[in-house]
Design a binder for this molecule. Structure first.
Ligand code: MG
Length: 255
């Protein structure tokens, strides 16, 4: 036989083998029937909490939150179904502590915002609070406002710029949807697996399974310190610009 003919036979043999396998292995062999995923009833719209979510802020009160500094009731201003940052009162954090979760929250930079760079609508979502530290998903006005890119809206502060700038202009609501995988630690306190974050802003992917290098630091390199379940914290940044607002914050705990 010629080499050409051998090659042609070899090519023809592959589908024949595949067909033979399909005839001996049944489709059922690769079907999985249990465990059955539990039923979760979605919200009436995708921005509303599903049936297994905890509504951390539904527009009516801050009962799920405390002041970080005092552990007393949170003193931010609830009005018109939103909560506006009270910069004098400092950060607020959830009473509940979390490990892995899906988080939804919405935030708005007010029309007429002033300042520039980091001093323009700065706040932040600490995805886990570790003492005075944590892992900050940055909130700041990044609509036509230049700052260091690993500190603009949607960055994991000083570690990972957002993949794109998906900001809406002041006066419009920004939506963050976040998947947080907490870090794990060995018995001696050393890091076993890093924290990971996936995030969308206004439906646009801004962080894709980013592995953090540690807590987000204003000065210097990040590092890990062992911790367990943690509060989610919202930042009252000291910049003099008018305060931003939040609304519709819900979380779903994940395995
Ligand atoms: Mg901030």
């Amino acid at each position: 036989m010629t080499n050409h003919l051998l090659a042609a036979l070899a090519v023809a043999a592959v589908p024949a083998l595949a067909i033979a396998q399909q005839q001996t292995v049944k489709p059922e062999a690769t079907e999985v029937w249990t465990p059955v995923p539990k039923i979760v009833t979605p919200g009436a719209t995708d921005d509303m909490p599903p049936s297994d979510a905890i509504h951390l802020f539904d527009g009516s009160n801050l009962d799920e939150w405390v002041s970080t500094a005092t552990n007393q009731p949170a003193q931010w201003t609830v009005h018109d179904g939103v909560v506006t940052v009270n910069k004098q009162a400092g950060d607020i954090e959830t009473k509940r502590h979390f490990n892995n979760y899906q988080l939804h929250l919405e935030w708005q930079v007010p029309v007429g915002i002033t300042g520039s760079g980091q001093a323009r609508g700065n706040s932040g979502v600490f995805l886990a609070t570790i003492g005075n530290d944590g892992y900050e998903l940055q909130v700041v006005d990044s609509y036509d406002n230049t700052t260091y890119v690993n500190g603009q809206a949607g960055s994991m502060y000083k570690q990972s710029p957002p993949l794109v700038n998906a900001m809406r202009k002041p006066g419009e609501w920004q939506v963050y949807d976040v998947v947080w995988t907490a870090p794990t630690f060995n018995a001696d306190g050393s890091l076993a697996t890093p924290a990971r974050v996936t995030a969308f802003q206004n439906g646009v992917l801004i962080q894709n399974n980013f592995a953090l290098k540690g807590t987000t630091q204003y000065i210097g390199a990040p590092w890990y310190k062992a911790h367990g379940r943690s509060a989610i914290r919202l930042q009252a940044h000291g910049d003099p610009s008018p305060p931003i607002s939040y609304r519709n914050i819900w979380v779903r705990e994940l395995p």
